[in-house]
Design a protein around this ligand. Structure first.
Ligand code: AMP
Ligand code: GLY
Length: 425
C-alpha cells in the first residue's frame, strides 16, 4: 500500500512510526512532516488544505490511502473532496466527512448532537450578536465560574473560564460584537462549569462498528501543578489509573455507543478516529468536547500501546470490515513528556540546534516541531519533542522518560517535571 499521511507534529511522527512497521506498507509519504517523520518515509512539501494540489500528488504517486492527522483538512472537507472526485473516489481517506467533522468544527453542533442522543454533557445555551442581551441574562442566571466557548476552530484558544460575571459579559461581547476569535466566535456556547478530573478516550470506527483504543490523560497547562497558560499539551499518560472498568463501561454505554449510532442514524459519514474529551464528575462521565482526530500528545502514548498492524485497521475502516479485524494492546503503561521552546505558549524562538538525540536509551523520541538541516536537527515549533517510554508501571515509564530527557538539550528548553504524578496510585 502507498500511504500519504497529513500533518507535522508529534502525533504524525507517532503515526508514521507505527505505519512504517506495517507489513502492508510499500511507501509512506508525510506532508509536510518533520525531521522525525523522514526517518519513516518521505516528507513532501504539500499544503494540507490545498486539495487540488493534493489530488495531483495522489494521482502522480499512485497513493492508495490518505491518513489525516490534524482537524483542519477534515473540517474543510477533504473526505468529501475525495469521495466526490471520480479519479480519487477509490482512494480512502481515514477521517470523517465534512458534515461529521462538525463535531469538532462547531461546538454548538456538537452540543445539539449530544442533546439529540441523550449523551451526558454540561448544560448550555448558544448565543449570537443578535442575542447578546439574552446571553447576559443567561450568565446572570448561572453560577461562577463561567465557561464561554467560541463555536468554531480557534487553535485551542477558544475556551474561556472566567470567575467574575462582569468580566464574562465583557468577553461575550468582545467575541460576538467585536470579532475576538474572528469567524470562530460568531456564535458562543455558554455552559455549566463541571468540576472533576479529565481524561481522553479514543475510538476508531468504520461508521458501523468501532474499536476502543487505550485511554489517556493529557496535561494542558504550561506550569507544574496545572498552573499557567493553556498549551497544546505538555505530556500524557496511558492507561489512566482512575478509569477503572466500571467507569469505562459507563463511557462505552452512555457516550461511545450513542455517538457511533447517532452518527449513523443521522447519515453523518464517519470513517476515522473519534476523540472524546471527558470529565469524571462524582463517578459519572460527561463529554467536554469531541475532536474528529487523534489527540496530541495523547497519540504519543496511545499508539505505542497498539500491538496490531495499524494499516490492517485502516483497511477495515475503509472497507467497512473493522469488526472482522483483530486489535491487541500492550498492557504496559506509557508516558510522554513534551520538551518545549522557552517562552511557549507565548512568543518563543525557533531554529535552536537540538543535541543528544542519539543518546537515548529505551525511550522513543517523537518530533513535534523540528526541521532537518542536513544532519542537524533544529527546533521549529513551540512543542519540540515528545519523549515516550513504556514501563511495567506508570512510575517506571515516567522514570525512563525523565531519565532520557536529561540527555537532550537545546537552548531554553523547558519541560514539566510533574507529568503523571497526580494519578500515580
Ligand atoms: P475544550 O477546548 O473544549 O477542550 O476546552 C478546553 C478546556 O477547558 C478543557 O480541557 C477543560 O479543562 C476546560 N473546560 C471546557 N469545558 C468545561 C466545562 N464545562 N467545565 C469545566 N471545564 C471545562
Ligand atoms: N491534547 C488535546 C488535543 O489534541 O486536542
Amino acid at each position: 500500500m502507498r500511504v500519504l499521511l497529513l500533518g507535522s507534529g508529534g502525533r504524525e511522527h507517532a503515526l508514521a512510526w507505527k505505519i512504517s512497521q506495517s507489513s502492508q506498507l510499500d511507501k509512506l509519504y508525510i506532508a509536510p512532516g518533520n525531521a522525525g517523520t523522514k526517518e519513516h518515509g518521505t516528507n513532501v512539501n504539500l499544503n494540507i488544505t490545498d486539495f487540488p494540489a493534493m489530488k495531483e500528488f495522489v494521482l502522480e504517486h499512485k497513493i492508495n490511502m490518505v491518513v489525516v492527522g490534524p482537524e483542519d483538512p477534515l473540517v474543510e472537507g477533504i473526505y468529501d473532496f475525495f469521495v466526490n472526485d471520480s479519479e480519487l473516489a477509490n482512494v480512502p481517506v481515514i477521517g470523517p466527512s465534512k458534515a461529521a467533522a462538525q463535531l469538532e468544527g462547531s461546538k454548538d453542533f456538537a452540543k445539539q448532537f449530544m442533546m439529540r442522543h441523550n449523551i451526558p454533557t454540561a448544560k448550555y445555551a448558544t448565543f449570537t450578536k443578535n442575542t447578546l442581551k439574552e446571553g447576559y441574562d443567561f450568565l446572570d442566571s448561572m453560577k461562577a465560574p463561567y465557561v464561554l466557548k467560541a463555536d468554531g476552530l480557534a487553535a485551542g484558544k477558544g475556551v474561556l473560564i472566567i470567575d467574575d460575571v462582569k468580566e464574562a459579559k465583557k468577553e461575550l461581547k468582545s467575541m460576538l460584537s467585536d470579532g475576538k476569535f474572528g469567524k470562530a466566535g460568531k456564535q458562543v456556547v455558554i455552559e455549566q462549569f463541571l468540576k472533576g478530573i479529565e481524561l481522553s478516550m479514543f475510538v476508531i470506527t468504520d461508521g458501523d462498528s468501532y474499536k476502543i483504543l487505550p485511554e489517556a490523560k493529557d496535561y494542558k497547562r504550561i506550569g507544574e501543578g496545572d498552573t499557567g497558560l493553556n498549551t497544546g499539551g505538555m505530556g500524557a499518560v496511558s492507561p489512566v489509573p482512575f478509569a477503572d472498568n466500571t467507569f469505562k463501561d459507563k463511557i462505552e454505554n452512555q457516550i461511545i455507543i450513542p455517538t457511533v449510532k447517532g452518527l449513523k442514524a443521522e447519515g453523518l459519514v464517519y470513517k476515522g478516529f473519534i476523540f472524546f474529551g471527558l470529565i469524571q464528575v462524582k463517578g459519572e462521565p460527561y463529554v467536554i468536547e469531541y475532536n474528529c482526530r487523534m489527540g496530541d500528545p495523547e497519540t504519543e502514548v496511545v499508539i505505542p500501546r497498539l500491538k496490531s498492524d495499524i494499516l490492517d485497521l485502516f483497511e477495515g475502516v475503509a472497507s467497512n470490515t473493522l469488526s472482522e479485524r483483530d486489535i491487541q494492546f500492550d498492557d504496559r503503561s506509557a508516558a510522554t513528556i513534551m520538551m518545549v521552546s522557552g517562552g511557549y505558549p507565548e512568543e518563543y524562538q525557533k531554529g535552536k540546534v537540538i543535541y543528544g538525540l542519539n543518546a537515548i536509551n529505551g525511550s522513543l523520541v517523537f518530533h513535534a516541531g523540528t526541521l532537518a538541516d542536513g544532519p542537524t536537527v533544529l527546533s521549529a515549533g513551540g512543542r519540540v519533542l515528545a519523549v515516550t517510554s513504556l514501563g511495567k508501571t506508570l512510575d517506571l515509564a515516567l522514570e525512563k522518560s525523565y531519565g532520557n530527557i536529561q540527555n537532550i538539550e537545546f537552548e531554553n528548553a523547558f519541560y514539566r517535571k510533574d507529568i503523571g504524578k497526580d494519578v500515580l496510585v
